[in-house]
Design a protein around this ligand. Structure first.
Ligand SMILES: Nc1ncnc2c1ncn2[C@@H]1O[C@H](COP(=O)(O)OP(=O)(O)OP(=O)(O)O)[C@@H](O)[C@H]1O
Length: 266
């Protein structure tokens, strides 16, 4: 499907008819979609439609949730991420995550970056890696004179850029972002959006956002999810459509998509 949407981009992640359960609750039904390389894909939709659930499946973060079960497959570089012989820790090294609330480690700014590299037995020059990662996250100039201070001493927007720097320091393929600007002021938000545009040159980005302007400003592709009641009266999430962002925002196939992006519901 995506090949038609973006002929230049190869597919990094592909879900094939996935169904996601939390215990007896069928949270997400029959989602098939593709995430293209070096693009920003936005997941949008009303609360509870399963955006975060799907995002977290992309790096197996839901494994830690009791009762979680996934049916179907998620292919990453031709392998099913959920095959029993796949190491979830290695998956999370290749597919990083940035959360809604900045969550620096209770360590110095320097060690926030160096920690993951040390754990991964990084053999290169640590100072260089720290500088490069912080520069890529547009934070270096603001912190270069206080690298030994705690990550918590930074502003919220700076902390989020620190978390992005930490995510890219271990050289992932994909960076997942779950509402990365939800707790930030407008100026920090614009900085993170600029940063995302830069980062997609090197990484593939998938972002969950409630902010329609943000999705239309930064993403190349947008997937619109919705929720509805099944025959037994339970609410489940599903993918309505995924297309180029300008199509989703201007001429989507489904009326419910237009209603949502134009603020008529949700
Ligand atoms: N750990 C969990 N255990 C049980 N149910 C869960 C769990 N996490 C999510 N759910 C349920 O799965 C459904 C989808 O939740 P999810 O957080 O993925 O939605 P979302 O679209 O990201 O919502 P929001 O926009 O409000 O963050 C919801 O009904 C939610 O209550």
């Amino acid at each position: 499907m995506m090949m038609d949407l973006d002929k230049q981009a190869e597919t990094v992640l592909r879900t094939e008819n996935i169904n996601i359960f939390y215990g007896g609750f069928h949270a997400v039904k029959n989602v098939s979609m593709e995430i293209p390389k070096n693009r920003i894909t936005a997941l949008i939709g009303p609360s509870g439609c399963g955006k975060s659930t799907i995002l977290r499946c992309f790096n197996r973060l839901n494994d830690l949730v009791s009762g979680f079960r996934l049916e179907g497959r998620i292919d990453y570089q031709g392998q099913n991420l959920y095959d029993p012989d796949i190491d979830a820790v290695e998956v999370r090294r290749k597919i990083g995550m940035v959360f809604q609330k900045p969550n620096p480690f209770p360590k110095s700014i320097y060690d926030n970056i160096a920690y993951g590299a040390r754990v991964n037995n990084y053999k290169g020059d640590m100072d260089e890696l720290v500088e490069k990662s912080l520069s890529q996250a547009y934070l270096w100039d603001e912190v270069k004179d206080k690298l030994k201070q705690s990550g918590f001493s930074l502003s919220g927007g700076q902390q989020q850029r620190l978390c992005i720097a930490r995510a890219i320091a271990i050289n992932p393929d994909v960076v997942l972002m779950d509402e990365p600007c939800a707790s930030l002021d407008p100026i920090s938000t614009i900085k993170i959006e600029e940063l995302m545009r830069e980062l997609k040159e090197k990484y593939t980005i998938v972002i969950v956002t409630h902010n329609m302007q943000q999705a239309s400003r930064v993403s190349d592709l947008t997937a619109f999810f919705n929720a509805k009641l099944s025959d037994d009266g339970k609410r489940f999430g599903y993918l309505v459509e995924c297309d180029k962002t300008e199509v989703i925002f201007q001429s989507p196939k489904e009326e419910s998509t237009l209603d949502y992006v134009s603020g008529r519901f949700g």
